[in-house]
Design a binder for this molecule. Structure first.
Ligand code: FAD
Length: 309
């Protein structure tokens, strides 16, 4: 069968993988195979671009438990490449599958393309200082972060094949209790407009400047790692960057953010980037579409006032 395979335990992420999977499959003239576990959503997968859906049903509620079964199924079919959603669980499953199959694994690819008949990935290295390009050996596994691609749209005219496989997996973990994660901040990953605060703010009370602007714009507020982890002014899930959240707003406005690579790695997919900083040499201006060199304490109130008008 070969083909381009995609899998994520998260249905939304799998829809995003179907977008890039379909494009690679068309370029290489290969089928696109989507794998899902524990739930038969084969029709949706096919309408969104899969030529075949493989639905694995088993006795565990933990996606990680299915790694060996997925590896055995893929091992027989020898995919050209296997794209796996780069969630925490997805990365664990990807590593286990790569180990079972003894194949290469590229984690957190920013892109994957067909170049001269080969599959080439790009990923960030050295904390954002370099981009590494790799040519994939056949059957390599690639994890792709959520939201790297838009979700594939459904086409009601599409048809495809479904295969259901029942497996028995070894339960190495017993679930004792399940507690929901209580999120303190807004979900900045889906925000259309985002205000980002950095250490240029002198004190926590000055967050009011950002809140006023955000309220007028209908924006959410995110921050740099320093503001979340060092100052604790905002929850950790609202910091943006390489080790924080990757965001994709239509409009991102930074105030007092220097723009180190570890931060800008998380904003590169923003449509319009506006930066306010006193230092005209701040690296944020290299990433920005519009730069305002000046004191945020003067500029932000003016901006808020203008928006009101
Ligand atoms: C492995 C690793 C991973 C990391 N991951 C992340 C990450 O995911 N996200 C992240 O954000 N960081 C991350 N960092 C930290 C990152 O390197 C920077 O230290 C951090 O982003 C800096 O935050 P900042 O821009 O708020 O502060 P600073 O770098 O101190 O910048 C403050 C800016 O405010 C400006 N300023 C000061 N006063 C004013 C004023 N009145 N008006 C306007 N501008 C003013 C200054 O000119 C300066 O440019 C990581 C670091 C490492 C080593």
């Amino acid at each position: 069968m070969a083909g381009i395979w995609v899998y994520s335990e998260d249905n939304i992420v799998e829809q995003q993988l179907l977008t890039i999977g379909r494009s690679l499959a068309d370029s290489l003239k290969e089928p696109l195979i989507a794998v899902n576990i524990m739930e038969d959503n084969s029709l949706d997968l096919i309408l969104r671009g899969a030529d075949k859906a493989i639905i694995i049903e088993g006795n565990s509620v933990l996606p990680e438990s299915y790694a060996k079964s997925i590896a055995e199924i893929a091992g027989k079919e020898k995919p050209t490449t296997f794209l796996i959603g780069g969630t925490l669980r997805g990365k664990e499953v990807a590593a286990k599958i790569a180990a079972h199959l003894n194949v290469g694994l590229v984690n957190s690819a920013l892109s994957i393309k067909v170049i001269d008949g080969n599959l080439e990935t790009e990923r960030i290295m050295y904390g954002g200082l370099a981009v590494c390009t790799e040519i994939l050996a056949p059957a390599s596994i690639v994890t792709i972060e959520p939201r790297t691609y838009d979700a594939a749209q459904g086409d009601p005219s599409r048809t495809g094949e479904t295969e259901k496989i029942t497996v028995e997996v070894a339960e190495i973990v017993t679930v004792g209790n399940v507690c929901p994660i209580i999120k303190q901040g807004a979900d900045i990953t889906t925000a259309e407009k985002l205000i980002c605060v950095g250490r240029g703010l002198a004190k926590q009370e000055d967050m009011k400047l950002a809140q006023d602007l955000a309220a007028k714009l209908g924006a959410e507020i995110g921050c740099t790692r320093s503001v979340a982890e060092d100052y604790h002014w905002l929850p950790n899930e609202t910091y943006i960057g390489l080790s924080g959240q990757k965001v994709k707003p239509q409009l991102y406005i930074s105030m007092g953010v220097s723009g180190q690579v570890q931060h800008t790695a998380g904003i590169r997919d923003s449509k319009i980037i506006v930066a306010i900083d006193t230092n005209e040499n701040a690296p944020i201006f290299e990433a920005a579409d519009y730069g305002i060199v000046g004191d945020l304490y003067d500029i932000v109130p003016l901006l808020t006032e203008k928006i009101v008008k």
